[in-house]
Design a protein around this ligand. Structure first.
Ligand code: BES
Ligand code: ZN
Length: 452
């Protein structure tokens, strides 16, 4: 009886392979004899990885930039979904919204009698506005420091430090200020953010330390002079982005009744599919996306006791937004069962350095252990790891899930540039990373005796 079951399973696997390009392993044995050894299956799995597939995915995706919220991102999402589905997966597209700040085209600050040139910068989320008013020095802008000042109808000049930009602005606007200038407390210019859109805010700009100190001097010597502050063209857009999720359930999954929770482990293999503006993002990160898709293809029919979720995230470049949204919406049970997050970001450039793993806390974890065991077996030495928190693994690490980034270090000169194109992609690098991850996952998930 078992024998005929194996034949049906085998026929199903092989049959499917004629209509979809999925892995064609004979995962079967008999009750008396293991017909295909584990090491053979492992070899077959690695041999099935096809660098041309990954290269073609990158070629397709990197025809245009894929900025989160753009039409091109939505088109890429449909392509990724169709690819997963062609391998036999059912997919889920998780939609989410995020705010995107458009910088002003005009920022001006002028003061009667003050001739020194100034290059005021807007904060992220600075609002538009045009005010003419006297500038008053408000120190660091703490509640204590400004309590005896009359700021009504005035522009408050403050130094960076002690409290956040947002708090400084809130403190002075509460006392009636109509504009804000904050200058650096160290040399060089700074980029600042107010954190979020705020309709009730006033125009606010940043100056360097030199500019700010000169301005302080000038207003002390020339009190009562009127300054003009103008910000034009800033706006906050509400955009929509997507995560694409394909799930491989454990092959030996027993039906759970409605009031029972699932107990099996989960592995998340993920990469972001969005790019920055103006960059076609062949390496950042069509490369990671292409490996995620290829791993989904080759692992599809591996008999496993673990669930695998293959996910491409949107809006990583806007601040890890897609992965944060995904993690926020996980149940506690899901979080406790995710044993590893493999994050692939910038994994195919000819012009970058060697493969490195990065963890948010600079400590080894289960993903590092799996990857180092696999890389030692494949390449004779473990892939090294160090600290890094610039990609989606951080969203998983933040809730205690073992997570690591796979990236080549140092990064290529075309990072976030229009030159990040498919002609600079290395098939060997794609193959190497795909092999390390598939072996890592295989070692963790495979079950030798199918349908016992
Ligand atoms: N692929 C990069 C991450 C990266 C770049 C890691 C260089 C290590 C070295 C990613 O897409 C990115 O650009 N991340 C942002 C940070 C993120 C929090 C918005 C970055 O590094 O500026
Ligand atoms: Zn990236």
């Amino acid at each position: 009886m078992k024998n005929s079951l194996y034949k049906i399973l085998l026929a199903a696997v092989l049959g499917l392979s004629t209509i979809a390009p999925i892995a064609t392993f004979a995962y079967y044995n008999t009750s008396t004899q293991v017909e295909t050894s584990t090491s053979n299956l492992e070899t077959k799995l690695l041999e099935t990885i096809d660098a041309d597939n990954m290269y073609n995915t990158i070629k397709h995706l990197s025809k245009t930039p894929r900025v989160a919220g753009s039409l091109q991102e939505a088109v890429a999402v449909q392509y990724i979904r169709k690819q997963f589905e062609s391998y036999g997966y059912t997919t889920q597209v998780q939609v989410f919204t995020f705010d995107n700040y458009i910088e002003p085209h005009t920022i001006q600050l002028a003061l009667d009698g003050f001739t020194q040139a100034m290059k005021p910068l807007a904060f992220e989320y600075s609002v538009d506005g045009e005010v003419s008013a006297e500038i008053i020095s408000a120190g660091l802008g703490t509640v204590d420091e400004i309590k005896s000042l009359n700021l009504t109808g005035k522009i408050a000049l403050m130094q960076r430090g002690d409290i956040s930009f947002k708090e400084k602005i809130m403190n002075v606007t509460t006392k009636g200020a109509v504009g804000v200038i904050i200058y650096n407390n160290a040399d060089g210019s700074i980029l600042g953010s107010l954190g979020e859109e705020n309709d009730t805010s006033v125009p606010a700009v940043l100056l360097t330390k030199t500019e700010g100190e000169a301005l302080e001097n000038h207003i002390t010597k020339n009190p009562g002079k009127i300054a003009a502050l103008q910000i034009k063209g800033a706006k906050t857009q509400n955009n929509t982005s997507h995560n694409v999720i394909a799930t491989k359930k454990p092959s030996n999954l027993k039906k759970v009744s409605t009031n029972e929770v699932e107990k099996h482990d989960i592995i998340v293999i993920g990469s972001h599919h969005d790019s920055v503006k103006g960059a076609p993002g062949a390496n950042d990160n069509a490369s990671g996306t292409s490996i995620t898709l290829e791993l989904a293809r080759v692992l599809k029919n591996v008999p496993s006791d673990t669930e695998i979720r293959f996910i491409t995230f949107g809006a990583e470049e806007m601040g890890l937004i897609g992965s944060a949204h995904y993690v926020e919406n996980l149940s506690d049970n899901d979080i406790s069962r995710i044993v590893a997050n493999f994050n692939l970001d910038m994994v195919g450039s000819n012009d970058a350095g060697d493969l490195i793993l990065q963890t948010a806390d600079n400590k080894s974890n289960f993903v590092i252990e799996l990857a180092q065991e696999a890389s030692t077996k494949l390449n004779g030495k473990p892939t090294p790891f160090n600290q890094g928190n610039n990609s989606d693994h951080v969203s998983f690490a933040n809730v205690g899930i073992p997570a690591a980034l796979f990236i080549h270090n140092p990064v290529e000169p075309w990072y976030h540039k229009p030159e990040d194109t498919v002609d600079k992609i290395s098939k060997e690098k794609l193959q190497d990373v795909a092999e390390i991850i598939s072996l890592s996952v295989w070692n963790q998930i495979h079950i030798d005796q199918y349908a016992q």
